[in-house]
Every structure is written in structure tokens, then in C-alpha cells.
Design a protein around this ligand. Structure first.
Ligand SMILES: NC(=O)c1ccc[n+]([C@@H]2O[C@H](COP(=O)([O-])OP(=O)(O)OC[C@H]3O[C@@H](n4cnc5c(N)ncnc54)[C@H](O)[C@@H]3O)[C@@H](O)[C@H]2O)c1
Length: 454
């Protein structure tokens, strides 16, 4: 099939390239000319494992990118909306969705066959039917359900695993205003194997996405709240506590051969210095606001947000327990990306941590395997920040090391400290290092006294 994808960001570009890889003809549209030029020269504008080779394979064959939305839509059967849906401080910001819907509607004026418009952006229930559909009708002068259809197809890919998640999904949610919309959308997914397909109306599809993200965010904040309590109990380590919880066979089923399966779901029941990224924080807040507007208070989710906003500061508290005065304290911050495998820093816990350290006068070194401090505007403006070029460089000549992102490379910290014969205080925000493997260790969910290895 011929597909146009409007919004060549993280989701849009992955969608376009992966559909091309499944044999469809895909064209990505964006208003950002620089991004389109990069894509057309086969360079993804962001880091994502496996995306570049696929882009190189399909560019100018069955995949291309353009700024000309009208032409892209006229030459397609289906148009996806994959623009951003940020949180504006109070509620979901639908301005990009509305703007692109108007453009798609006006392009539809010149389309003389049935066309399907599918919302893939994460939007609160009712957006597809009550916002996008009327805009499309108004700007095209055509009738939904007759001249064109409207569907909703939430995206569940994870940054860092986006290509695999998209190409081999765990579920496909097919939302549609009517049977025809759902049939056309489902036909696009032939070739995705025997994956579970759920056929629902648009509002249900929208709600599934929010519920999935809210559940995972809730598990993280729950684990962090338990971690914070554990750290107040002498001799209790949250890693042991949650490790014991994980052994519940409803979480980690035991196979007939005695082996345990550890579903990746369980990794959300681990403590840390908070979740970030372009989805969980904004989506949970948008759902809380959506509930408020309907007179339904989402009390659990309100707390999921507030626990998470405070969680990065647990790292600061741990540091302050050991070094009460940060003035000229030399601190290394390891990890800027909100999680490993991506260069996305949106809502990363590293940002409030670095800002707080800078405000209190610390001298900060920053290291991330793929993100540079100067590429993040909020960090660029701060004083007293230097970029470490290697992990080794980051560990040298500092009083404390704050481990923020679970990059695999950071597992080498104990070995590097040994080699360099240095012993900064290591504060593990992801509990990924053995607490007795470094000379001085503190971690989220562990009582304040540093563990001194023998
Ligand atoms: N990033 C993720 O991991 C992820 C996963 C699942 C769902 N989502 C959802 O998908 C949506 C997109 O997220 P993203 O991370 O890809 O956003 P993004 O910010 O990376 O990309 C959005 C793109 O849309 C473009 N754009 C804006 N207005 C446009 C217009 N009128 N015409 C054409 N292009 C336009 C922007 O220039 C940008 O390149 C959001 O609703 C998000 O919640 C994201």
C-alpha cells in the first residue's frame, strides 16, 4: 500500500522505514526542512539502533521524505498522523495535531478516491472522533465514512528498541470510526505474523495507550516509593526487597523444567532515580487532566507524577548526606539520556539533578556514551559544567560520581576505579553496580551510610 506519514520524528520515521521494510511504499512528511534533508541523505536525525541500515536500504526505493504534504497525500492510500502531543503545563497540547489535520483535510480536497487518515500520535480519548474528524470534514468539504475514513492506531514502541518493537509488535490495536476504516488499516498490517490484533473504536484505542503507559509509570513510582522507605530502615536494601517480590510466581512464572521466566514487565518494578522520556511524564499528566475535566480525580496517577518529580532529588539528598556543602564539590554525572539506547533527553532525571548541582555551586563533569552536554540547551546555559570525553575521564579527579542512566558501559565502573586506584563516592541511581564492588557506595533504596567495601 501507499502510505504518507505526517511528522517525521521518532515515531513517524520509524513507522515509515519499517512499513517500507514490510514492502509498502512510504513517504514521510515534516515541516522541518533540515530533518527531511538528513533523512533523504540516509542519516536518521536521532540515534536509534537498527534504523540507519534500514533507512539506507529503502531510501529512494520504497521510502522517501518530503516537506510537500499535499503531494505526499495525493499519492497515498493511507495517511498517518505522528506529530508531537506535548503537555502544555496544564493539559495535552493538540495544536500540532489540529494543524496537521487541517493540512491533510485541504489536501484531501484533491483526492478523488477513498482515503484513510489514522492518528498514531498519543491523544486523549475523543481526540480522533471529536477533534480530528470534524477538522478533516471542514477543511476537505468531504464526508467522513463516505469519502474518507478515520482510524486510531496507538504506537507501543520503546525508544532504544523501536525497530524491533515496530517490526515485531506484541499487539496491534486497530481503532476505527467504522468497519471500513478498521478493514483498510488492518490490511496494512498483513505481513506482521500472528500478532494479537484488537479491533476497537477510536476512543478505546486512545484509552488503551494511556492505560498501558500509566500502568508502567505507576509500577516505577511504586517501586521508588518503596525504595525511599527502605532507605530509612537501617540494614534494609530495596534490591533485596524487590528481588523477593519478583520471586512471586505470578510475576516470574516457573516453567515445568524449574526455570523461571522473567518477563521484561518486572524491570518496571525496580527502583531508580525516576522515569523520563517523551511519553510517560506527559501522558500520565495528560490523563490526570483528562480525568479532572470529566469530574474523575485520578488520585493514584497524581501521586505517580509527584513521586517521580521528587525522585531525582533523592540523588541530591544522598550526596548531601555525605557532602553537606556542594560549593566547589567535584561531581561527575553519568548519563544524560533518559534511558540507555537513545539520545533522547526529554524529561531525563539527569536534567534536574545537574541543574540542582549547578545551583548549589558544584563543579560538574558530564558523561554520556552518546549525548553531549552542549547538545542540550538547558545544560549549555549552566556554569561550571565540563564534558568528559570518556568514562575513565569522567571518573578521574572527582569527589562523587552520580550514576543516572543505566548504560551498560557503566558496569565497568568498579574495574576502572580499581585500575585508576581512586575512590570517589559512587551514588548508584539505577542500582546496577554491586554495592561492595567499589570503595564507597551509596544507592537509591539503601540506608544513608555508605557501604565501604573491605
Ligand atoms: N517517542 C516515543 O517513544 C513514542 C512512543 C509511542 C508513541 N509516541 C507518541 O507519538 C507522537 C510523536 O512522538 P515523537 O516522539 O515521534 O515526536 P517528535 O517530536 O520526535 O516528532 C514530531 C515531528 O512532527 C513534526 N511536525 C510537527 N507539525 C507538523 C506538521 N504540521 N506537518 C508535518 N510534520 C510536523 C515535527 O517537526 C517533528 O519532527 C506523540 O504523540 C508521542 O506521544 C511516542
Amino acid at each position: 500500500m501507499k502510505i504518507a506519514i505526517t511528522g517525521a520524528g521518532f515515531v513517524g520515521l520509524t513507522t515509515g522505514v519499517c512499513f517500507a521494510d514490510k514492502g509498502h511504499q512510504a513517504i514521510c512528511v515534516d515541516i522541518n526542512e533540515g530533518k527531511i534533508a538528513k533523512i533523504n541523505s540516509a542519516v536518521p536525525p536521532f540515534f536509534e539502533k537498527g534504523l540507519e541500515p534500514l533507512l539506507k536500504k529503502h531510501i529512494n526505493k520504497n521510502f522517501t521524505a518530503t516537506t510537500n504534504l499535499k503531494e505526499a497525500i495525493k499519492s497515498s492510500d493511507i495517511t498517518f498522523i505522528t506529530v508531537g502531543t506535548p503537555f502544555d503545563g496544564k493539559q495535552i497540547d493538540l495544536s500540532y495535531v489540529k494543524a496537521v489535520s487541517r493540512e491533510i483535510g485541504s489536501a484531501l480536497k484533491e483526492v478523488d478516491k477513498y482515503h484513510l487518515v489514522v492518528v498514531k500520535s498519543t491523544v486523549v480519548p475523543g481526540t480522533t472522533d471529536d477533534v480530528v474528524l470534524p477538522i478533516l470534514e471542514e477543511t476537505s468539504g468531504k464526508k467522513a465514512g463516505v469519502d474518507f475514513g478515520v482510524g486510531m492506531n496507538p504506537e507501543f514502541l520503546r525508544e532504544g528498541e523501536a525497530v524491533d518493537d515496530f517490526s515485531d509488535p506484541d499487539r496491534i490495536v486497530i481503532g476505527g470510526m467504522d468497519d471500513k476504516s478498521r478493514e483498510v488499516l488492518e490490511s496494512l498490517y498483513q505481513g506482521f505474523g500472528s500478532v494479537d490484533i484488537l479491533r476497537v473504536n477510536n476512543k478505546t484505542a486512545e484509552m488503551i495507550k494511556y492505560t498501558s503507559n500509566s500502568l508502567l509509570a505507576t509500577m516505577i513510582s511504586f517501586s521508588n516509593e518503596i525504595a525511599n522507605l527502605c532507605s530509612s530502615i537501617d540494614g534494609v536494601d530495596v534490591v533485596d526487597v524487590l528481588g523477593g517480590v519478583h520471586l512471586d510466581k505470578r510475576l516470574t512464572p516457573i516453567m515445568p523444567n524449574g526455570e523461571r521466566i522473567r518477563p521484561s514487565f518486572v524491570s518496571y518494578l525496580e527502583s531508580g532515580c525516576g522515569f523520563g522520556g517523551s511519553c510517560f511524564p506527559k501522558d500520565v499528566k495528560a490523563l490526570v487532566n483528562f480525568g479532572e475535566k470529566r469530574g474523575v480525580r485520578m488520585e493514584i496517577l497524581e501521586k505517580v507524577v509527584s513521586v517521580n518529580v521528587n525522585q531525582p532529588f533523592q540523588m541530591i539528598n544522598l550526596l548531601a548526606g555525605h557532602f553537606p556543602d556542594f560549593k566547589n564539590l567535584k561531581v561527575s554525572v553519568l548519563g544524560i539520556a533518559f534511558k540507555p539506547g537513545t539520545d533522547d533527553v526529554r524529561e531525563s532525571p539527569a536534567l534536574p539533578i545537574v541543574e540542582e548541582l549547578a545551583a548549589k555551586g558544584a563543579a560538574i563533569k558530564v558523561f554520556d556514551p552518546i549525548v553531549r552536554a552542549e547538545s542540550e540547551s538547558s545544560l549549555k546555559e549552566l556554569n561550571n559544567i565540563t564534558q568528559a570525553e570518556t568514562l575513565e575521564d569522567a571518573l578521574k579527579d572527582v569527589d562523587a560520581v552520580l550514576l543516572i542512566t543505566r548504560w551498560q558501559e557503566f558496569e565497568k565502573i568498579p574495574e576502572l576505579l580499581k585500575k585508576l586506584k581512586i575512590s570517589p563516592l559512587v551514588i548508584d541511581g539505577r542500582r546496577m553496580i554491586n554495592k561492595t564492588a567499589v570503595p564507597k557506595y551509596l544507592g537509591i533504596g539503601l540506608s544513608q551510610d555508605p557501604v565501604f567495601s573491605k
